[in-house]
Design a protein around this ligand. Structure first.
Ligand code: SF4
Length: 352
């Protein structure tokens, strides 16, 4: 069976050539119909009508399984949607309106092993990795079932993307395919908690432009380990070393995400240590006000505290963007994306 959402054009052409003695011409027709147009009646295009034998041979051998969108929630232009997978588990994705186009926040696993304490869903454990087509199916559904114009992807949904390395990279290739979804690598951002072996593996691939975001959240090992257990395995020094060795493109930068939590990681000392950690890395820091989560004791900073923390970093020459997470009312803010699926008990999600 050809699970079409797992294929690049080259891979599909080769599969057709090997199994049916046909090649790129028909693969291109399928890519146009399925990836560009979302046409599910794909063997009805002129290219296939003119090749009845080949069409007959393909019947029942191509599957298109993006999963079923079972629910969506809107807040203004922001849309969160839930996809039910073949085994009944559910994942969540979020369409975030940006200045010119939409960004899709993509999940890479059902659940997560990382157990970040600020994350509502990190407490719920890991169910399984998503397959390539379950990852690419999210953009298929956003574009063709919800009608959203998606131009950017962020791998910040459910799961730790580098913990599902092979499938994630396979999905990146499929989503990057020019004759398919056609998302440029520079429009994709992979967000990690700092899984050092994954960062090192990624460094070995030649993927200029793919942007790397690191969920930092604390500038010292004691605080970070408290918030993010992964820091016990890969402390800040190891993380920094992997970033120093990472082959950034010319003028490339890392994105750092820092969720500011009142009384926990928001003091002037934390700001100083964070500036030291960042130096000399080229970094843009997203400073995100913590969103209150039911059942967790952490508190949001006030606007004044956000500005004060950002000012301390800016004074040290760090580029800081302040963010108050959107989507609180639909539980789609940072660390909140699991609420709906938690209630159904089928799956969980969060955003780093
Ligand atoms: S924040 Fe991300 S990496 Fe951490 S537990 Fe939640 S899903 Fe996993």
């Amino acid at each position: 069976m050809i699970d079409i959402l797992e294929f690049t054009l080259e891979q599909l052409s080769q599969t057709f050539a090997k199994n049916f003695g046909k090649g790129r011409f028909h693969a291109q027709a399928l890519f146009r119909d399925i990836f560009k147009q979302g046409n599910t009646n794909f063997l009805s295009s002129p290219e296939f009508l003119n090749s009845p034998k080949f069409s007959k041979a393909l019947e029942g051998k191509i599957s298109l399984n993006p999963g079923e969108v079972v629910k969506s929630f809107d807040e203004g232009e922001l849309t969160k949607f839930i996809t039910r997978l073949g085994d009944g588990l559910e994942i969540e994705s979020v369409v975030i309106p940006m200045t010119r186009h939409n960004t899709l926040c993509v999940s890479s696993q059902v659940g997560c092993k990382m157990g970040c304490k600020f994350c509502e869903t990190g407490r719920m454990g890991f169910k399984r990795n998503l397959t390539i087509s379950e990852i690419t199916g999210q953009i298929y559904n956003a574009r063709h079932n919800l009608g959203k114009d998606i131009k950017n992807l962020v791998f910040m949904g459910m799961g730790e993307p580098l913990d599902n390395f092979a499938n994630l990279m396979g999905a990146v290739q499929v989503m990057n395919e020019q004759q398919g979804f056609d998302i440029a690598l520079r429009h994709m951002t992979l967000s990690t908690v700092g899984l050092v072996p994954g960062i090192e593996q990624l460094a070995k691939l030649d993927m200029p432009g793919l942007r790397l975001a690191i969920s930092i959240n604390a500038p010292d090992d004691a605080t970070r380990s408290r918030l993010m257990p992964i820091n016990n395995r890969f402390p800040l020094a190891a993380l920094k070393k992997s970033l120093i060795n990472f082959p950034l493109s010319k003028r490339g930068i890392f994105l750092f995400e820092y969720i500011l939590i009142k009384g926990l990681n928001d003091s002037p000392v934390h700001a100083d240590l964070l500036a030291d950690f960042i130096n000399p890395l080229p970094v843009r820091l997203n400073l995100i006000a913590y969103n209150p989560v039911k059942g967790l004791d952490y508190e949001s900073p006030s606007d004044k505290e956000m500005h004060a923390f950002a000012d301390l970093l800016s004074a040290k020459g760090i580029m800081v963007i302040k963010r108050w997470s959107r989507g609180r009312s639909v539980a789609a803010g940072c660390g909140q994306l699991g609420r709906v699926s938690m209630e159904t008990g089928r799956g969980i999600i969060c955003e780093k």
